[in-house]
Design a protein around this ligand. Structure first.
Ligand SMILES: Nc1ncnc2c1ncn2[C@@H]1O[C@H](COP(=O)(O)OP(=O)(O)O)[C@@H](O)[C@H]1O
Ligand code: SF4
Ligand SMILES: [Mg+2]
Length: 335
């Protein structure tokens, strides 16, 4: 199967006054047609910057420094701004972490959803019906009333939902979902996951799912990339990643999850905090927190290496992890 999107050696940096924050520093991955690809990692590792780069929505003081982003044969890094406007929404949709950046303050929610339907053969009555249905699924009470309102009349959680409805109404070929369910309660989270999955099945939509929640990854993703400090540290299919992690950081993330069997067991968070991306040394950025750290680690950055076909890890001492099992089995994936 062909990839719908190929990101190669992407670098997106922010140029602050006295340092350069290398938010994305040579990231490569591809997303297959119909695939849900997960991007996980602690806050500040460059997940949102990666998503925004794909839609070329990185603004000053940041910019895409190098790399390519190939969507249906064309490099989005080189595409004109007018070309990008045709891609955003219909071809590649995005659910943003901050809903206000995606909502138009001068248009009613109805008008914004209707805009998403542009180009689809639907009567006004059908558009209205579908819009109400979407708002209802997404958990907006009295949608007939709320649809006539403006974004500023919505609470934070409601805005998040309205933005998701607008993004999904356009039926994009590729959906970039940046922490789509983080601020929402569990019932609504489940509804949104179901809605995304049904669009995947019905329309063959592909999804880039950004999250720091490994539970959501195990429910939704076919493959996953684990990001740390602007780099992809490990990439594998979801089952392999959970059952045989081959990077100390992934292992740390999985170990900090409560396993299904031991509910209430104490979490073991990874010691320490992610580094400042403006002042990274020459070695592995995970070294100060790594329990497998060795002599090479503080001196040189490890290259990405193949563990097995389709399974990559960026660590000098992959072999130290041989035989280590993930602590949990992935949950049954929703189809
Ligand atoms: N507009 C900006 N100006 C300066 N630094 C930024 C900006 N946006 C993001 N960054 C920095 O880029 C890094 C990655 O941020 P982000 O992609 O938002 O992380 P994540 O989504 O994984 O939490 C962080 O160190 C953040 O401080
Ligand atoms: S390269 Fe070294 S510090 Fe980095 S993850 Fe591997 S063992 Fe840990
Ligand atoms: Mg983010």
């Amino acid at each position: 199967m062909d990839p719908i999107l190929e990101v190669a050696e992407l670098k997106t940096w922010f140029f602050a006054k006295d340092s350069t924050v290398k938010a994305v520093d040579g990231v490569s991955f591809s997303i297959m047609q119909g695939e849900t690809f997960g991007l996980v990692g602690e806050s500040g590792c460059g997940k949102s910057a990666t998503c925004r780069s794909i839609l070329r929505l990185v603004h000053e003081p940041g910019r895409i420094v190098s790399g390519s982003i190939t969507y249906k044969g064309q490099d989005l890094v080189k595409l004109s701004e007018e070309g990008m406007r045709k891609i955003r929404g219909k071809e590649i949709g995005m659910i943003f972490q901050e809903p206000m950046t995606a909502l138009n303050p001068v248009l009613k929610i109805k008008e914004q959803i209707f805009e998403s339907f542009e180009g689809m053969r639907m009567s006004t009555a059908q558009k209205y019906e579908r819009a109400i249905e979407l708002l209802r699924i997404i958990g907006i009470p009295t949608p007939e009333v709320r649809i006539e309102e403006y974004a500023h009349q919505f609470s934070g959680g409601m805005r998040q939902r309205a933005m998701i409805a607008i993004a999904l109404a356009a039926q994009p070929k590729l959906l970039l979902a940046d922490e789509p369910t983080t601020a929402l309660d569990v019932t609504i989270q489940d509804q949104i996951i179901k809605l995304i999955n049904s669009l995947k099945t019905r329309l063959g939509m592909s999804v880039l799912l950004v999250t720091h929640d490994l539970g959501v990854v195990s429910q939704m993703c076919d493959r996953v990339a684990v990001m740390y400090a602007g780099f992809i540290m490990e990439l594998a299919d979801t089952i392999t990643l959970f059952s045989e992690p081959r990077h100390p950081y992934t292992y740390g993330l999985i170990s900090s999850l409560p396993s299904g069997k031991e509910r209430g067991a104490r979490l073991e968070p990874i010691q320490g905090a992610p580094p400042d991306l403006g002042s990274l040394g020459p070695g592995c950025p995970f070294a100060p927190r790594c329990r497998f750290v060795g002599e090479l680690c503080t001196r040189t950055m490890p290259e990405m290496r193949e563990v097995s076909p389709g399974h990559m890890s960026r660590c000098h001492y992959i072999e130290k992890m041989a035989g280590i099992k993930g602590l949990i089995e992935p949950e049954g994936r929703a189809s």
